[in-house]
Write a new protein. Structure first.
Lengths: 302, 510
C-alpha cells in the first residue's frame, strides 16, 4: 500500500521539477544563469493565487478543458509503472485506455480553444489535432512491439523490464521503439524542435496558442497538467531505455527519479542544440516515427 | 530618359534655392518620373506641400539616379481635387500617393488601393480624398481590408496588441489552411505628428524630436537632420567630428544587426545564438555610451559636428572592446550557418525576387539581400564615407537566409570600418556652430541608416524657418516588402519573415 501512496506522491509532486531541469539546462547552453530549479513550482503557486477571467463568449466547455486535461493525465499516470514498481491500476488492455485518456484530454483542450471563437485558437487546435492523429499510430506500434515482447497487454508487464535493451534479437526493435517514443514525447509535450513552449509568437504556436485565453488557476491547471504529461510519457520512455531495478524498494524510487531528471537534461540538450522545424515538416517527422515503430513490429514478426 | 533632364540635378546635403526646382506640367512630371523609374531610378521621396502662394498644393519628388550619382528633383502644381495616379505605372510610389491623398485631400485617380496611411485629418480643412465629413475624425484601423472570398479561405487578424513587447500594428492574413494568400498591413497607431512639429523650426525641440523619430535609429536620423542644417547654412563639419559620426553610425548598425540576428534565432527557438547576440548587442550599445554617455547615441550628433570628443584612453578601450565583441559575435553567428536545423528554416522562406524588390522600391539590407546593389554610403557618399569606402554587401536569393547573411556581412565590414576609423581619429575641433539657415532654400539629405535609406528634405521660408520638413524612414519603403514576402508562405513563418525585415512602426507612422 505504501508503494501506491509513493506512486501518487511522486506523480503529484515531481513533474514541475522536470521543467525546472530543462530550463536550467537550456540556460546553461545559452550562457545564462537561468531561473531557479523550483521556478515552475513558484509559477504554479502564483497562478493558483490569482483570480480568473472568463470571456463572456465561452461556455462550460471552456471551463472543463483544463480540469479534464489534468484529470485524464492523472489517471494515465496511474496506469504506468514508475521504476520497478507496478502501476497502482493495471489490467489487460490498459494501454488502450492510456492512449485514449490523452486523446480525451486533448479533445477537451481543443474544444475549449474552439469555444473562445478566436482565430488563433482555432488554428492552434487544428494543428494540435492534425499532429496528434499522426502521433497516435506511432504510439500504438510502440505498444505493439512491447506487447509482443512481453506477451502481455498490460502496461505494468510490458514495461517490467523483461526485455532489457541491448541484448538478444529484440534489441533492434527496442532501439526503434525508443527513438519513436522520444519523437512522440517531444511532439505531445510541445517541445522544440516541434513546438516552442516559450515563444510569444501566436502564429507559430501549436499547444500554447490553444490556452491563450485561460488565466489564473485554470492556466495553472493546464501548466501542471502539461508537466505531468511530460513526466508520464517520459517514464514510459525511461522504462524502455533503462529498465533497471535497484535492490531495495526505496533505492528503486530514487533511481527512477534520477533517471527522469537525466531524461529532462537530454530534452534540454536537444532543445538547446536545435532550431524548430518548419511546421510543414512536422508531419513528415511523425510519419517517420510511425515507420520506425512499424519496422520494430516487422523485425519481431520474422 | 531625356525627359528627366528637365529635373534639377542635386547633390546629397547641398543647398539650392527653392526657385531652381523646376515646376513641371503635370503630364511631363508624370512621364519623366515613370521613365526615370523604368531606368532603375529610385523614388526617395514624393510628397505634397502647400504652395507658397497658399492657393493649392504642389507635389515634390526626389529621385535617386544611381548610375550618375545624382539626385533629381522636380515639382508640379495641382489645382483641382485630384491628380492622375502614378502607381499602376510605377508601383513604388503607391504609399507616397496614399500619404498625399491623406494629408492634402487630393485623390490620386486610378490608384489601385487607395486607403489612409496613418488615419489623420487632412491638412486642408474641407478637402478629403474619401469625402468624409469634417467633424468625424478618422478612426484608426477602421477601413476596408483586402478579402479573398471562398469556402475554405479564412482571415486571421493579428494586433494591434501583440503578445510580445513590440510596437502596435495590425496585420490581416487571408489564409487557406496554413498557407497565406495575402497579407495586408495597417499601421498608424504610433503617429505623433512629427512633421507638423518640425514645421517652423529649427528650435530647441527640433533635435529631440529628430532623435526620437525611431529610437533605434537615433544616430541615423540625427545625422540626416544635422546634414540638412549644415547644408542650409553651408557649415563645414571638422574631420574629427566626421570620423566620430562614422563610428557612431556603424556602431548603431552593429548593435541592431547583432540584435536582429539574435532575434531571428530566438524566433526559431535556437537558443545559443539568441542568448549570446542579445548580450552582444548590449556590448555595442555600451560602446556608443562611451562616445556620448547614452547607449542609443542621444546627444552625440549636433549640427556642425558632435558634442563629445574621445581621448586616447577611450580609443584604446573602444578598440579593445571592439576586438572582444566582434570575436564573440563571430562565434555566436557562425553557429547559425553551421546548424542544418537553422538553415532549413532560413532558406527559401519569405522570398522576394529582385524584380519585385525593384518594383516596390525596397531599400537597405532587405533590398541588398534580393540582389539590388544600393547603399547610400556607396552610391551617394556623404561625410566620412567620401574618404573611407565600405563595400556594398549583397545577396541573391532574397529569402530570410539572405537577409540574415547580408546583415552578417555588414557586421564584419562595419567592424573593420570602426576599427580603422578609431585608429585614424587624430583629434582637433569637433564642432563648428552653424550660421542661421539660408532663406527660401532646400536641402535633400540621405543617409544609410541600419535599416536602409533615410531621406530628410528641409525647405525654408523667407525667414529661414522650415516651411516643409519631410522625413522618409526606410520602413516606409519596406513594409510592402514584408507583405510580398508572405505570399504563398506558411502563416507560421510570418514572425520569422517579419523579423528578417526588422521594420520600425514609429518610423513609418512618424
Amino acid at each position: 500500500m505504501s508503494q501506491v501512496f509513493m506512486h501518487i506522491f511522486i506523480l503529484l509532486l515531481v513533474p514541475p521539477l522536470l521543467l525546472g531541469v530543462i530550463g536550467k539546462t537550456k540556460a546553461l547552453f545559452g550562457g545564462r544563469k537561468g531561473p531557479p530549479l523550483l521556478q515552475p513550482y513558484y509559477d504554479l503557486i502564483r497562478l493558483f493565487q490569482k483570480g480568473t477571467v472568463f470571456s463572456t463568449t465561452t461556455t462550460w466547455v471552456f471551463r472543463a478543458g483544463p480540469v479534464v486535461g489534468l484529470a485524464t493525465t492523472l489517471l494515465a499516470g496511474m496506469l504506468i509503472p514508475f521504476g520497478g514498481h507496478g502501476a497502482p491500476v493495471s489490467f489487460a488492455g490498459d494501454m488502450i485506455l492510456f492512449a485514449y485518456l490523452f486523446a480525451l484530454g486533448r479533445f477537451f483542450t481543443a474544444s475549449a480553444a474552439l469555444d473562445t471563437g478566436s482565430a488563433f485558437e482555432g488554428m492552434g487546435a487544428a494543428r494540435e489535432v492534425t499532429f496528434s492523429c499522426l502521433a497516435e499510430p506511432a504510439l500504438f506500434f510502440c505498444f505493439l512491439v512491447l506487447a509482443k515482447l512481453s506477451a502481455s497487454l498490460s502496461l505494468t508487464t510490458m514495461l517490467s523490464g523483461t526485455c532489457p535493451l541491448g541484448t538478444g534479437v529484440e534489441a533492434p526493435a527496442l532501439v526503434l521503439v525508443a527513438a519513436s517514443l522520444f519523437v512522440i514525447l517531444l511532439v505531445e509535450n510541445s517541445r522544440i524542435p516541434f513546438d516552442d513552449p516559450n515563444t510569444h509568437l501566436e502564429l507559430t504556436m501549436i499547444h500554447e496558442v490553444m490556452v491563450l485565453d485561460h488565466s489564473g488557476p485554470a492556466l495553472g491547471l493546464i501548466q501542471y497538467g502539461a508537466a505531468m504529461k511530460l513526466f508520464v510519457m517520459g517514464s514510459v520512455l525511461l522504462r524502455v531505455v533503462a529498465p533497471f531495478a535497484a535492490p531495495s524498494a526505496w533505492a528503486d524510487w530514487g533511481l527512477f527519479i534520477l533517471g527522469m531528471l537525466a531524461l529532462a537534461v537530454v530534452i534540454g540538450v536537444v532543445e538547446s542544440a536545435m532550431a524548430r522545424f518548419r511546421m510543414v515538416f512536422v508531419p513528415t517527422f511523425l510519419v517517420a516515427a510511425c515507420l520506425l515503430s512499424a519496422f520494430g513490429v516487422i523485425l519481431l514478426l520474422r | 530618359m531625356i525627359s528627366i533632364l528637365k529635373w534639377l540635378p542635386i547633390h546629397n546635403g547641398v543647398r539650392y534655392p527653392q526657385a531652381e526646382i523646376p515646376c513641371l506640367d503635370g503630364e511631363v512630371f508624370r512621364s519623366s518620373l515613370i521613365d526615370a523609374v523604368a531606368d532603375e531610378a529610385h523614388v526617395s521621396a514624393f510628397f505634397g506641400r502647400l504652395s507658397d502662394a497658399g492657393d493649392g498644393v504642389e507635389l515634390v519628388a526626389v529621385v535617386a539616379c544611381r548610375d550618375d550619382g545624382n539626385f533629381r528633383v522636380a515639382r508640379t502644381r495641382i489645382t483641382g481635387e485630384s491628380f492622375p495616379s502614378l502607381t499602376s505605372a510605377c508601383p513604388q510610389v503607391h504609399l507616397f500617393e496614399r500619404e498625399i491623398a491623406e494629408q492634402f485631400g487630393l485623390r490620386p485617380e486610378g490608384h489601385p488601393w487607395l486607403k489612409p496611411v496613418r488615419f489623420v485629418k487632412s491638412l486642408r480643412p474641407g478637402h478629403d480624398a474619401w469625402g468624409r465629413a469634417e467633424n468625424e475624425p478618422p478612426q484608426i484601423g477602421v477601413t476596408d481590408f483586402y478579402r479573398v472570398e471562398g469556402e475554405e479561405v479564412h482571415e486571421v487578424a493579428v494586433g494591434p496588441v501583440h503578445a510580445g513587447i513590440i510596437e502596435p500594428g495590425h496585420f490581416r492574413f487571408q489564409c487557406h489552411g496554413e498557407q497565406v494568400f495575402h497579407l495586408e498591413i495597417s499601421l498608424g497607431y504610433q503617429h505623433r505628428g512629427v512633421e507638423r512639429m518640425l514645421r517652423g523650426g529649427p528650435d530647441k525641440r527640433t533635435l529631440h524630436v529628430i532623435e526620437t523619430l525611431a529610437g533605434d535609429t537615433t544616430i541615423g536620423h540625427t545625422v540626416a537632420y544635422c546634414r540638412v542644417l549644415e547644408g542650409l547654412s553651408a557649415c563645414k563639419v571638422p574631420s574629427q567630428a566626421q570620423g566620430l559620426r562614422g563610428v557612431a553610425q556603424e556602431l548603431e548598425r552593429l548593435a541592431n544587426h547583432t540584435g536582429d540576428l539574435g532575434a531571428l534565432a530566438g524566433d526559431i527557438g535556437f537558443l545559443p545564438t539568441s542568448a549570446y547576440c542579445g548580450r552582444l548587442r548590449g556590448d555595442f550599445l555600451n560602446m556608443t555610451a562611451i562616445l556620448c554617455g547614452n547607449r542609443f547615441g542621444r546627444g552625440l550628433v549636433r549640427p556642425g559636428g558632435v558634442a563629445y570628443d574621445v581621448d586616447a584612453a577611450d580609443l584604446a578601450d573602444l578598440l579593445q572592446r571592439m576586438d572582444n565583441t566582434l570575436r564573440d559575435v563571430t562565434n555566436a553567428v557562425n553557429l547559425l550557418w553551421d546548424s542544418p536545423s537553422v538553415m532549413s528554416r532560413f532558406e527559401d522562406t519569405g522570398r522576394v525576387t529582385k524584380e519585385t524588390a525593384m518594383e516596390i522600391g525596397l531599400v537597405g539590407p532587405a533590398a541588398r539581400a534580393s540582389g539590388m546593389e544600393c547603399d547610400i554610403r556607396h552610391d551617394f557618399p556623404y561625410g566620412i564615407y567620401r574618404f573611407s569606402q565600405i563595400p556594398v554587401s549583397t545577396g541573391q536569393t532574397g529569402d530570410v537566409f539572405e537577409r540574415a547573411y547580408v546583415r552578417w556581412l555588414e557586421i564584419q565590414r562595419s567592424g573593420e570600418f570602426v576599427r580603422e576609423q578609431l585608429k585614424m581619429l587624430t583629434g582637433g575641433a569637433i564642432r563648428n556652430v552653424p550660421e542661421p539657415a539660408a532663406p527660401n532654400s532646400f536641402v535633400v539629405s540621405l543617409v544609410e541608416g541600419w535599416r536602409g535609406e533615410i531621406c530628410h528634405v528641409g525647405m525654408t521660408d523667407a525667414a529661414g524657418r522650415f516651411a516643409t520638413y519631410k522625413v522618409v524612414d526606410p520602413s516606409f519603403h519596406n513594409w510592402m516588402g514584408l507583405s510580398m514576402s508572405m505570399r504563398n508562405q506558411q502563416i507560421s513563418d510570418f514572425p520569422l519573415c517579419n523579423k528578417s525585415f526588422g521594420l520600425s512602426y514609429c518610423g513609418h507612422d512618424l
